[in-house]
Write a protein that binds this ligand. Structure first.
Ligand code: RIB
Ligand code: CA
Length: 326
């Protein structure tokens, strides 16, 4: 099967790192560029982490620095009110714990970021391509929102946009909003109303497809490759950190971003998805950033947006084992 060209947009981040490794190691995808966006951490730290992943794999893929803040969110004073925000950091024994560390547990990167801005890379690459290019976006959608704002003609050059974002009912960053959509609701709305083919992989199907406990991660480590050991050690460390951060005894974590990538590699990891009319709440209130699906409309719905409802756990887990063993 010929490799499909993809642009990988991320805010690396712990689960982004697993997703990027999976995409880079897949025989089905040709990652032609990695675009970094502020989300989990500042954009320069995202760039560094992406470069560290490439060093780990011994691969040379262009890495670009993208947007350092959301399109509009930060321009509205006091927007983050009344939203019962998730705890994203906590000071413990004088040390600030965050959901995602600034640095992946890997040596400082040897590679260098490209000079071109990520959004220019996205627009120029898409407009210059005779074949449609897929996009995998697993962070806030700021880079894509800006790219569409720069030049809507890219729409004709995009195959499918696979996004990790949104929640069917229960959010993580707020009671109803998922982190990526919450961090840049306007960008998410632009992408969901672009007319492109978009597959929305939200929290609930991710939990079904890509939740791992400490035992499974220990089994992954037995694969023995450097990638398997890195992923296992990093995620077990993540679980232990989140126990303190969220004051929980949970022994598992969800690799949200890998779930979105898995379907770009193997569509059969998804067992149910439907075309839906989708929007994102950009009103700045209690449901700011919420994925709003209009289910009042009788199926089938005329929409280019597919919402994932269920994933095949075993197939999704088997795929990661296969990719980490390569
Ligand atoms: O809600 C999960 C998403 O937010 C993931 O992409 C994770 O990396 C964070 O960006
Ligand atoms: Ca992410």
């Amino acid at each position: 099967m010929e490799k499909r060209k993809v642009i990988f947009d991320c805010d690396t981040g712990t689960d982004d790192a697993v997703a990027l490794i999976a995409a880079l190691k897949s025989d089905n995808l040709d990652v032609i560029g990695i675009t970094s966006v502020r989300g989990n951490i500042e954009v320069d730290k995202v760039v560094e982490n992406n470069l560290r992943i490439l060093d780990l794999l011994g691969m040379d893929v262009p890495v670009y620095r993208g947007c350092h803040r959301a399109m509009a969110r930060t321009l509205i004073p006091g927007r983050e009110k009344n939203t019962r925000m998730q705890t994203v950091s906590k000071e413990v024994d004088g040390k600030v714990l965050r959901i995602h560390d600034d640095e992946l547990p890997l040596p400082q990167a040897m590679g260098k970021v490209r000079k071109e801005h990520a959004c220019s890379f996205i627009v120029d690459t898409l407009l210059g391509s005779d074949e449609k290019i897929d996009i995998i976006a697993v962070g806030p959608l700021t880079n894509l929102g800006v790219a569409f704002t720069m030049d809507m003609r890219i729409t004709d050059h995009i195959g499918t946009i696979y996004i990790m974002g949104g929640a069917l009912a229960t959010g993580n960053r707020t009671p109803v909003a998922e982190a990526n959509f919450y961090d840049d609701p306007e960008a998410a709305e632009i992408v969901l109303t672009s007319g492109c083919n978009v597959i929305v992989n939200g929290i609930e199907p991710n939990l079904e497809g890509a939740t791992y406990d400490v035992g499974e991660l220990a089994e992954l480590r037995k694969i023995g490759t450097k990638e398997a050991c890195f992923v296992s050690d990093m995620l077990i460390g993540w679980i232990n950190k989140c126990k303190i951060l969220f004051d929980t005894d949970s022994e598992s974590c969800c690799i949200h971003d890998y779930a979105a990538v898995s379907q770009a590699i193997d569509p059969l990891t998804v067992t149910e998805m439907k075309p839906e009319i989708c929007h994102v709440d950009i009103s700045g209130g209690m449901s700011d950033g919420m994925l709003v699906v209009d289910r009042r409309i009788p199926q089938p719905v005329d929409s280019s947006i597919q919402v994932v409802y269920h994933m095949d756990t075993e197939r999704t887990h088997a795929l990661l084992r296969e990719l980490l063993a390569k």
